[in-house]
Every structure is written in structure tokens, then in C-alpha cells.
Design a protein around this ligand. Sequence first.
Ligand code: ADP
Length: 252
Amino acid sequence: MNAVFHHKNSSPKGLVLRISFNHFSFLLNKLVNEWEKIVVFCTFGFVEFCIHQQHFTTSTAMFNLILFGPPGSGKGTQSEKLMARYSLKHLSTGDLLRSEITRQTPLGMEAKAIMDRGELVPDEVVIGMIQSCMDQVPNVPGFLFDGFPRTAAQAVALDHLLQQKNAPIGVMLALQVGEEELVSRLMKRGETSGRSDDTNEQVIRARIAEYHKKTTAVADHYRQFNKVVDIAGEGSIDEIFDRLCSEIDSRK
Ligand code: ADP
């Protein structure tokens, strides 16, 4: 310190310059002595930043869900409740097709004949419908796919669409219901739903057979990524809903 004050250049400007220089060399000295601590501090800071960043990304990322199961397994009923709880955008290919039929569009007219036989509408038709619906709602917390995908080709197409959004399927929840229970539920629904494919037992059984023939390949597709969870689909609506929610909550 003495050297700072008892210097040949004792003008105020020289004094300020010397004090500044001394401060600077003191800091530089400290920096060199404590560089290890500084490196550790910066590393921790960086790691913490990454964890926060990751948490932020996970908590705001889309959560996409497939509700899967044979006709009459309760997908429509449970979708309503899931949409309300998780603010998901519901995409049901069955509903989309029925809306085309109501509006008597060429696509609807073509689809009606196929649906009345209990068969599946061509892949390219439903994939096109899903794609345009997804494009219409770019900012949603997630999609709830109901009745889609129904074939392996649809599953591959869906994965591709979601890959573009960097938001894959979170989980596929597969409702399990016995065939006789399904037939009785659908016949009962046919009394009030006005759905022509719900009134004829033969058509109902054809839809269930079609499900086993083509649609179970979709579950196999997602099983390879460990994304399928079987859910008992018999019991009260609320019991089944609770089973679905606890699976979703454990994965979100
Ligand atoms: P359900 O599950 O009771 O059969 P949906 O409303 O999901 O009811 O489907 C009704 C009909 O619409 C099906 O039988 C089929 O003909 C047609 N459909 C719905 N979704 C698809 C799809 N993803 N691929 C092909 N056809 C479909």
C-alpha cells in the first residue's frame, strides 16, 4: 500500500491509476489461486441449468395418448372424462367419419358403406383426416387418439406425424373387455345411438373380428417400445377412469 501513496508520481490521476492497477492485480491473483473453486462453481451452475432446462422441457412437452380397445370397450366414454381432466385434444376417427357422413361429403358416402359392413376405411383416408386435424391445432398440451391407429400402417404414419412435432406417444392404454360383454353393450347402445353399425349383431361381431385381425398389430407395434398398458375395462365407469388416470399420472 505504501508504494501506492509514496510514489514519485503523486498526482491524483496517478494515484487513481495505481489503485486501479493494484486492485486488478489483486483480483487476478485471487482468480489464479482460486481457479479450482471457480471451475467447480461453474460446472455446478451449468449442471443445475441443464437439470432445470430438462425439467422445463418435460413439464411443457406434449403428452400424447392412445386409448385402445375393441368396439364397445368404452373408449368414447372414457375419452370424454380424460379430455376434461388433462385438457387433451380428442381425435376420434369414428367421430370424424360420422361427421363426414352427416355432411354427406363424397368421403362420407364412401366411408358409410364400408362402416355399415363393419370393415375398416382405407388407411390413406383416415391418415389424411388425422393429419389435417392435427395441423389445425398446433398448440395443444397433447392429443388423445381414440379409434386410431387401427392398423400397423396407421401406427407408422402416426409415429411419423408425431416425430415432426418431437412429441412421441406417451402411452397406449388398452381396455380389455370380454366379447359377450362387448356385444351386449353395443346392442344396448344401438337402441339409442342411431348408429347403424350398432343395431345388427352380425355387424357387431364382424367389427370385433376385424379388430382382432388387424388392430391388435397396433398393440404389437407399441409393445416393442414398452408403451402398452392393459387396463381392465369392466367395472364402473369411475373405477375404469381411476385405473386410466393412475397410469397416466405415473408417466407424465
Ligand atoms: P367402434 O370402436 O365402436 O367400432 P368407432 O366410432 O371408433 O367405433 O368406429 C366406427 C367405424 O368407423 C369402424 O367400424 C370403422 O369402419 C371406421 N373407422 C373408425 N376409425 C377407423 C380407422 N382408424 N381406420 C379405419 N376405419 C376406421
